[in-house]
Write a protein that binds this ligand. Structure first.
Ligand code: CDP
Ligand code: MG
Length: 739
């Protein structure tokens, strides 16, 4: 059997190589003498293609897949698949044979845990089955939550197409700042955060007959909170059905949490995936990933490639590198279609990843974690896994939250590898050593609730009337310290009173689907009479990492263009300036192009801004404008972000005021050279150092004005404020004793 397998692709590959004289010959894993001789012969061409080469060693297959089970499922070739109608495709999904059983189980039980491999049809099919079974009668809705925006949008589009509806009518989606549903919507996909917000307006979720908490294994903060809330409403709404759906083997844990709910398993259809590791650790995993893509492209038989990177920036870098290198190679290699996917990518470009690859070509999908389980891309046979993802990491001791590139868990690594074996046997190339996999990776990813700032969620729960957070039904409770810190922060922001009750301000803050610091900043703009400027800034901050366009071949021009927008005061003011100028041109695309501004980011900022304007109206704050008074604007920002204050010490280094953490101004900042003594930063990003991104200059006296609960005059003295006195107002103990 082993030999059989070897013959197939190798024979095909040889034929291909012969047809493509000049193509590289490079094999992964152990190479025999013949291979080596052949490589030598073509070494010139090979050199031309790749300066470097990554040596992989083959290991075993991923656990759970067996090479010779005897009865192998027939492979569905891509061309065959294309010919299949939507209806036939639906019937070919692993979940289809279980349709009736599933519906029967739903009738019988109120809560059901569903477990099935990614791609089995859980997300797209179950809501349709429920619709057919009559769960949408009398306008009742089937709701399905997704941890990721992109997944909610793309799945809704797919289901609308399968059912022959226009997206936004019967089938719709709702994500933060974008509601694509209507009165008629009966199947609604949404982010888990949006369903949480729906509790605010409709605490018993009476419009829903079924709620599907999908991708439960991801254990996002919002999903974890939803677990507690839906479990609770299910008790007093016996007519509500709950489905908890997961791609991995945590089903038992979910079952236990939901009072031993039955687990419905959809048997997977998985093909063997061979795992390869690098011989030595890779210093630069983006470069290594690019090299590996080309290696695969030049040496491996047909099949698309999926590369896991950590974010938009990395994906853009890798895309450029691949474009450059494939251009150099020209006709020496087959066509390589490069398809990136990440949250900020416009949806028309997103759909490119689902387009079938034309014969003869190969597609490489460069994706974030989203392709791990939320999205299924057909035709992937090769996975490249650098072993990293971007994770929120919150340090309750310092109150600092930053997005850091972190090694993935073993569970993630295996999910990623599994993506190569969905429609036929595949290969996964891990850009780390077998040793690292075994000894350095954690078994499972830590649930987000245990490593994030809880401010927003605490505010939301409080506004839902859940006061006793310590005894909330958490599947895995957050660390006590984190909860206390969130309460303290909300108290300092004025959202909670000293009894831990929601204040009037807090109730207004809860209306805004943004971080409490941001909503506080927005509400503070009323006092400083600059709400128009502040919502512009808030919306620009919500897309801030993708506003300035910086193509590699025009770096100097792009930087000059960016610097032309600089205004005294700092980066927030610069962002406002960009927006205002764009508005003056009548939202011109051409203007964006000339000024190295990303037009689609601006359009998104405009959408966000419109929503914020609507929310201001709801909390009855007038739109006031004061564009020249940057002191007022900066004070409003400070009123929300006083936690994020840094000052320069005697040595000329920046330290955060409360915790004396060393931080630096990001080189892209307009204040990089000015280096004011006091500043407020929007966020910290950790790359080589802890960088403050988006900073404004402030005066220390403002801090006393906007946050008297939080700062004492003494610690804000110029010079050194070594010892930190306790907060004024109520002490921490006094505040937290109430919970
Ligand atoms: O949720 P689960 O991972 O079990 O599967 P799914 O997302 O329902 O996907 C079932 C099938 O629909 C897969 O074969 C996908 O390729 C296809 N699909 C698609 O073509 N386009 C989408 N936007 C989503 C799914
Ligand atoms: Mg799914």
């Amino acid at each position: 059997f082993e030999d059989e397998k070897e013959k197939g692709p190798n024979a095909e590959q040889k034929r291909w190589e012969e047809e493509h004289v000049g193509a590289a010959v490079l094999r992964f894993g152990a190479r025999d003498a013949k291979d080596k001789a052949r490589e030598k012969q073509k070494v010139k061409d090979y050199d031309f293609i790749l300066d470097e080469e990554i040596e992989f060693v083959q290991a075993l297959q991923i656990p759970g897949t067996k090479k010779d089970k005897g009865k192998k499922e027939p492979e569905i070739s891509e061309t065959e698949k294309k010919k299949m109608s939507l209806e036939e495709t639906k019937k070919s999904l692993p979940i289809y044979p279980f349709k009736d059983d599933l519906i029967a189980a739903m009738e019988q039980f109120q809560v059901l845990i569903i477990e099935g491999e990614t791609g089995s049809g859980k997300t797209t099919q179950i809501p349709q089955y429920l619709y057919e079974a009559g769960y949408c009668k009398k306008g009742m809705k089937v709701g399905c939550t997704q941890p990721r925006r992109v997944a909610a949008m793309s799945v809704a589009a797919r289901v609308a197409e399968e059912m022959g509806f226009k997206l936004g009518n019967e089938v719709g989606y709702s994500i933060r700042f974008e509601d694509c549903t209507s009165e008629r919507t009966i199947i609604k996909y949404m982010t888990d955060g949006m369903l949480l917000r729906e509790f605010l307006s409709e605490p018993d979720l009476a419009a829903y007959s079924v709620l599907i908490v999908d991708e439960a294994h991801e254990r996002t903060l919002h999903t974890d909170i939803l677990f507690g809330l839906v479990k609770d409403i299910a008790r007093f709404r016996p007519d509500l059905k709950l489905l908890i759906s997961s791609a991995t083997l945590d089903a038992e844990k979910f079952s236990q949490f939901f009072d031993d709910a039955p687990v419905f398993r959809i048997p997977g259809r998985r093909f063997p995936v061979d795992i390869y590791y690098t011989k030595a650790p890779e210093a630069d995993y983006i470069d290594a990933a690019v090299v590996s893509v080309l290696q695969i492209h030049c040496t491996q038989p047909d099949g698309d490639i999926l590369v896991f990177l950590t974010g938009q920036e990395e994906i853009e870098t890798a895309t450029e590198m691949l474009q450059e290198r494939t251009k150099k190679l020209g006709s020496k290699i087959r066509e390589l279609i490069i398809a990136p996917i990440y949250a900020n990518l416009p949806s028309d470009l997103q759909s490119k990843i689902f387009e079938p690859t034309p014969p003869g070509a190969r597609k490489v999908v460069l994706a974030t974690n989203i392709a791990e389980t939320s999205l299924t891309i057909d035709g992937i046979k090769f996975v490249i896994d650098p072993g990293f993802c971007k994770q929120n990491s919150y340090n309750a001791r310092t109150g600092m939250e930053s997005l850091v590139v972190t090694p993935i868990s073993k569970a993630s690594a295996n999910q990623r590898a599994g993506r190569a074996g969905r429609t036929s046997a595949g290969k996964c190339f891990r850009l780390y050593t077998a040793w690292a996999y075994k000894n350095e990776l954690e078994e499972n990813t830590i649930p987000e609730i245990q490593r994030t700032n809880l401010g927003n969620v605490v505010l939301l729960l409080k506004s839902l009337g859940i006061n006793d957070l310590i005894h909330f039904d958490f599947m895995d409770p957050p660390p006590h310290e984190t909860l206390v810190l969130a309460l303290e922060q909300l108290y300092a922001l004025g959202a909670l009173n000293h009894k831990g009750e929601l204040t009037k301000l807090g109730r207004k803050m809860a209306e805004f689907p943004v971080d409490p610091m941001l909503s506080k900043m927005i509400l503070a703009s009323e006092k400083y009479k600059c709400s128009k400027e502040i919502i512009t800034i808030a919306s620009m901050l919500s897309v801030n990492n993708s506003i300035f366009y910086r193509p590699k071949d025009k770096v100097v021009h792009a930087d000059t263009a960016r610097q032309n927008f600089f205004l005294p005061g700092g980066d927030h003011i610069t962002l406002m300036n960009v927006y205002n100028q764009w508005e003056e041109t009548g939202h011109s695309t051409q203007w964006c192009y000339e000024n190295f501004i990303q037009h689609r980011s601006m359009k998104r900022a405009r959408d966000v801004r419109d929503q914020l304007e609507g929310l201001l109206e709801r909390v009855e704050i007038e739109l006031t404008t004061n564009p020249m008074d940057t002191v007022a604007i900066r004070k409003a920002i400070t009123a929300g972000f006083f936690y994020h204050t840094a000052r320069m010490d005697k040595g000329g280094n920046y330290k955060t005021v409360k915790y004396h953490q060393t931080v630096m101004i990001h080189p892209n900042s307009s204040l990089f050279e000015d280096r004011p003594k006091w500043l407020i930063y929007h966020e910290l990003v950790f790359t080589t150092k802890e960088f403050m991104r988006q900073v404004i200059e402030i005066e220390n006296s403002w801090l006393l004005e906007v946050a008297p609960h939080y700062y004492k005059a003494k610690e804000l003295e110029d010079g050194s404020g070594r010892k930190m006195p306790k907060n004024t107002g109520k002490s921490r103990d006094e505040v937290t004793r109430k919970y």
